[in-house]
Design a protein around this ligand. Structure first.
Ligand code: GH3
Ligand code: MG
Ligand code: MG
Length: 327
């Protein structure tokens, strides 16, 4: 998609004809529209060579058109410049698809693409004024690059399972921390057994749930997935007392939360399954508990020391019987 917009810039520079212009303003939004819909269907990686073929075909079409003179573009839907009706319709459809795709997560790539598409649309509305065209095309390019950088940053720093920032993000944050803060280490209790009993998929669901609770409930705290079934919560500017109070509420809300899941021994045969469902026996309410250790900086302690202290507190929470907050 980025290639398509950059290609459009090059093509317009090479061949300044109305036919090329018309083709570009239709093809670029159509490419965006197509790829937006395809990503939704999850065919992203396997189908990428199809994109190359498509873009090359489009390039050839543009090249051939640029050699063709006297093409009749007087039809009302194609009349250009300015932007012909088909181009506007394609733009509107592509933009709507992008917004639909971006909502409600506002990931950098779809948001950046929407913005770049708008910049492209503005650019293409001024084909006769090279200054404006170049300015908005450059803007489209810069937005795209920024969005790609942001997306790859998220890939490195965000945990895909829970959506929380990961350990690298925590380490980054610790470097810019003041002297007053608290760190909590959170570990799911008997999670190995939980996985063995209910399966890894339901285990993953539990991790998402715990991550969600941690990030919502922590007032002034930021939750990170430290690794595996361990989380950290960082409370910048908070005392250990304040953090411990906050964490006790979180611990309690996780303990009392009941998760409805289908039981793993669900019968394969549908008629038998229907009979069982009729009896209401296939759903199970599950819950987990967490142990939490919290610590704050002592004189001269680095964040790494504090994490270690929180880890030791977590160990005491486990020793003390789990499902509790220790310091
Ligand atoms: P304890 O109460 O002492 O913490 O017991 P535990 O079983 O939770 O402790 P342990 O650290 O031995 O087990 C952690 C388990 O967490 C091992 C692994 O099966 C599970 N686990 C780690 N990461 C993931 C994950 O991403 N998804 C799932 N489903 N399970 C995970
Ligand atoms: Mg563990
Ligand atoms: Mg554990």
């Amino acid at each position: 998609m980025a290639l398509s917009i950059l290609g459009a810039l090059a093509a317009w520079d090479l061949a300044h004809t109305p036919a090329v212009y018309t083709l570009l303003v239709v093809l670029v939004p159509l490419n965006v529209l197509l790829s937006t819909l395809r990503v939704e269907r999850g065919a992203r990686y396997r189908a990428s060579y199809i994109w190359f073929v498509l873009l090359i075909l489009e390039g050839i079409a543009i090249f051939l058109l640029s050699k063709t003179q006297n093409l009749d573009l007087s039809h009302w839907a194609l009349k250009s410049p300015p932007n012909p009706l088909v181009g506007r319709v394609a733009f509107a459809a592509a933009f709507a698809a992008l917004v639909w795709r971006a909502w409600p997560e506002y990931k950098p790539l779809p948001v950046g693409l929407s913005a770049a598409l708008i910049a492209f649309f503005i650019a293409e509305s001024w084909p006769a004024s090279p200054g404006n065209y170049a300015a908005f095309m450059t803007a489209a390019g810069v937005i795209l690059v920024a969005a790609l950088l942001q997306e790859s940053h998220q890939l490195a720093f965000r945990d895909p399972l829970t959506g929380l920032p990961g350990r690298r993000a925590l380490e980054e944050r610790l470097r810019a921390l003041g002297g007053h803060y608290a760190i909590a280490m959170v570990d799911v209790d008997h999670f190995k057994k939980f996985n063995d009993t209910h399966g890894h998929d339901i285990g993953d669901q539990v991790l998402r749930l715990v991550g969600g609770r941690l990030s919502q409930a922590a007032k002034g705290g930021v939750a990170y997935r430290y690794g595996g079934e361990e989380f950290s919560v960082l409370f910048p500017g908070a005392s250990v007392d304040d953090a411990a109070r906050e964490l006790e509420d979180i611990r309690n809300s996780i303990e009392t939360y009941k998760m409805a899941v289908r039981s793993p021994d669900r019968p394969k045969k549908t008629d038998e399954g229907a009979k069982r469902r009729g009896e209401g026996g296939t759903e199970q309410m599950l819950s987990v508990t967490v142990s939490i250790g919290v610590a704050g900086p002592k004189e001269g302690a680095t964040p790494q020391h504090v994490i270690k202290a929180a880890d030791e507190a977590l160990y005491r929470a486990k020793q003390g019987g789990r499902n509790r907050v220790s310091r």
